[in-house]
Ligand binder design. Structure first.
Ligand code: SAM
Length: 289
């Protein structure tokens, strides 16, 4: 029986392919090519425009690190926003914080949400029924240009800077987000694998640096984001947020009462201790600002 393989098309000259034992969906949506399939190692896999987005095997790492780090660093987040996040795993993780009163998710592609709610119940159950969850289907860049809403945390869980995701990596978008952040607010972004996408990190840091007081990054090890450390961009006007004492993080995490499989207060702190080659990319970004 010939098996079908789906290739990661993100990197020139490198081929990562996943065997698809059961193809659930393979079609162009209004905005992008969407493929959903089962793989014997990584479980259920979502690809958009040939790039791995989320898998049931390691989604917990990315969703825990992109949500709990800014929310626990902030310490009193009431209104948070997710840009993208169509698989709703980020929303599910953020909504575990009972102190959050409202979560606004701005997703461009309704199809991704519809299919994810149906096929990724392993990690997004309960999101759409949570009365705090508010889904807005539109382009994230347009939303932040027009919204009157104000946020404590904005998490950009976007695709890579190609196709519909490209606008979410621009200085204009980061400036528009900055205008919606309340005092002490923080922006975190999906910022690629710097071993293979170094310039993406340099560019984001240089754009952050022109707008926010503190432009930095933190890391997590996510197996399906091939190529080593995954960086998450960090931008805020409150420079203390990156240096919250461990004892405070431990207190807040205990109070939140959230079960995790990757995040711990120690891992939170250690995530900002960047390997030298990534720290150099951050420094290059600041220098280019
Ligand atoms: N965790 C994944 C990663 O790191 O690549 C991202 C997952 S999530 C599926 C990415 C989402 O971004 C998709 O649902 C896609 O439709 C959405 N998206 C892309 N461009 C967008 C835009 N301009 N505005 C809002 N959502 C967008």
């Amino acid at each position: 029986m010939t098996r079908k393989y789906f290739e990661e098309t993100l990197y020139e000259g490198v081929q990562v392919s996943f065997r698809a034992d059961n193809i659930i969906f393979e079609q162009k949506t209004e905005h992008q090519d969407m493929v959903l399939f089962d793989n014997p190692v990584f479980g259920r896999v979502l690809m958009l425009d040939g790039v791995t987005q989320v898998t049931t095997s390691d989604e917990f790492i990315y969703h825990e690190m992109m949500s709990h780090v800014p929310i626990l660093a902030h310490g009193n987040a009431k209104h948070v926003a997710i840009v993208g996040g169509g698989d709703c795993g980020m929303a599910e993780e953020a909504l575990k914080h009972k102190t959050i009163e409202k979560l606004t998710q701005i997703e461009i592609d309704q199809s991704v949400v519809d299919f994810s709610v149906e096929h990724f119940s392993a990690f997004n159950t309960g999101v759409v029924d949570d009365e705090r969850f508010n889904l807005v289907i539109t382009d994230g860049a347009r939303y932040f240009k027009e919204t009157k809403e104000r946020f404590d945390v904005v998490m950009v869980d976007s695709t890579d800077p190609h196709g519909p995701g490209e606008v979410l990596f621009t200085e204009e978008f980061y400036r528009d987000v900055h205008a919606t952040l309340k005092p002490g607010g923080v922006l975190v972004t999906q910022n690629g694998v710097p071993f293979l996408q170094r310039q993406e990190l340099v560019d984001s840091i240089s754009r952050f640096s022109r707008i926010y007081n503190d432009a930095y990054a933190y890391v997590a090890a996510i197996p399906t984001y091939f190529g080593g450390h995954m960086t998450l961009g960090w931008a805020t006007d409150d420079e203390t947020l990156r240096r919250v004492p461990l004892s405070t993080l431990e207190e807040r995490f205990a109070q939140a009462g959230i079960e995790t499989r990757y995040y711990t207060p120690e891992v939170h702190q250690a995530a900002f201790a960047l390997p030298k080659f990534i720290l150099d990319a951050v420094k290059d970004g600041k220098a280019a600002a």
